[in-house]
Design a protein around this ligand. Structure first.
Ligand code: TXA
Ligand code: MG
Length: 342
């Protein structure tokens, strides 16, 4: 049985938060909101509880978890050999949608890090997540979706997909960014982007200097080595086939002649061209809005009566880099025209 606790971020119900904290302390799994997407958490210090996360999500054991913290003291006790300069930067950027991969301190259970010598840590900027961590201690949590499916940005979907699979779900509505945190590997020099996310690379470079952005981070290639284990798996995918148009122009040309078994994932500016049904991602002038609607649009594609989806590309600037990474990983193929579909 899953217990659903409705909690508002603006006015936190202390007794409901207390119930979730008690559940974590008792080794149970709790789905909770962060500013990016919902997380499926358990106490990071409890290997048996962390094992339940992998079972609930169907997550392969070689894909490590992010440890969520609420203070720099927790960061210092979970990590080692982090430079003073990096500690200073993290202190100023957290809480926020940035995950740092650093060398791990002794005592972190192997199941959390899949036995790697490093650990991924972040301090979420969400009052509910903060209250939970302050009450129970650091929480290990991946995104709260079934493996390979789109991440969950609305508690309705958490209840729909994870009801019956976890002990507690905190029902707090939609998350703020709707796309996961940016992951940086701080053990490499220059710092390496492992996954683009809500924090843009341009903004992070102001603090970290040049950041290396490889093909894997852009969503083109799959990682061959275990440096970012998550990258070698299929991700964020709707069940229906999603086709990515190779340009905005080809998207519009295809949308005008869309076959009946397709639905277009369009923008404010392109919906007038779509023949038939569409899902609107929002204004192309605000990539933050597009990002926050992306995963729920993938879910609407699955819920639609159509077999296929068509989506345009977005500029790979700012959060657009994360948007394109998620779209490339979610899509079946990139096409120029409807003739490319076999
Ligand atoms: O916004 C987020 O980051 C959300 C919320 C819940 O915090 N979490 C999230 O977790 O997206 P998840 O598990 O879906 O993605 C974590 C990624 C995975 O690709 C995993 O392989 C990578 O982080 N990761 C974890 N530990 C790592 C490590 N030590 N070295 C390299 N990559 C690591
Ligand atoms: Mg995930």
């Amino acid at each position: 049985m899953t217990k659903v606790l409705s909690i508002s971020r603006e006015n936190i119900d202390r007794s409901a938060i207390g119930e979730a904290i008690d559940a974590l302390r008792a080794g149970k799994t709790v789905v909770f909101p962060t500013e990016t997407v919902y997380g499926l958490g358990a106490l990071a210090s409890d290997p048996d509880a962390c094992r339940k996360i992998f079972e609930a999500k169907n997550r392969p054991a070689d894909n490590p978890l992010i440890v969520h913290i609420a203070s720099m003291d927790e960061f210092l006790s979970l990590s080692r050999n982090v430079s003073e300069a990096h500690i200073r930067i993290l202190r100023s950027l957290w809480p926020g949608p940035l995950t740092a991969v650093v060398r791990k301190a002794e005592g972190i259970p192997d199941i959390v890090t899949s036995g790697l010598g490093t650990v991924a840590i972040r301090m979420p900027d969400d009052n509910i997540a903060k209250a939970l961590i302050e009450g129970a201690g650091p929480i290990a949590a991946p995104s709260a979706n079934i493996s390979t499916m789109p991440s969950i940005t609305d508690s309705k979907d958490a209840i729909r997909f994870l009801g019956g699979r976890v002990d507690v779900i905190i029902d707090a509505g939609r998350t703020n960014y709707g796309i996961e945190s940016t992951i940086l590997n701080l053990t490499s020099n220059p710092v390496d982007l492992l996954r683009p996310g809500s924090y843009s690379v341009e903004d992070l470079e102001v603090f970290f200097g040049n950041i290396r952005v490889g093909d894997v981070a852009r969503g083109f290639a799959e990682a061959k080595v275990a440096i970012t284990p998550g990258m070698k798996y299929r991700h964020y995918s709707p069940v229906k086939k999603l086709y990515l148009a190779d340009s905005m122009e080809s998207f519009v040309a295809m949308a005008e002649n869309l076959p009946d078994n397709f639905i277009a994932l369009c923008t404010d500016g392109t919906r007038k061209f779509v023949r038939g049904e569409y899902i609107n991602l929002g204004p192309e002038s605000s990539l933050y809005v597009i990002a926050s609607n992306l995963f729920s649009a993938f879910m609407q594609l699955d819920d639609s009566g159509r077999e296929y989806g068509l989506i345009p590309p977005f500029p790979e600037k700012g959060i657009g880099l994360a948007i394109m990474n998620r779209i490339r990983k979610a899509s079946y193929r990139t096409i120029k025209s409807l003739d490319d579909i076999s």
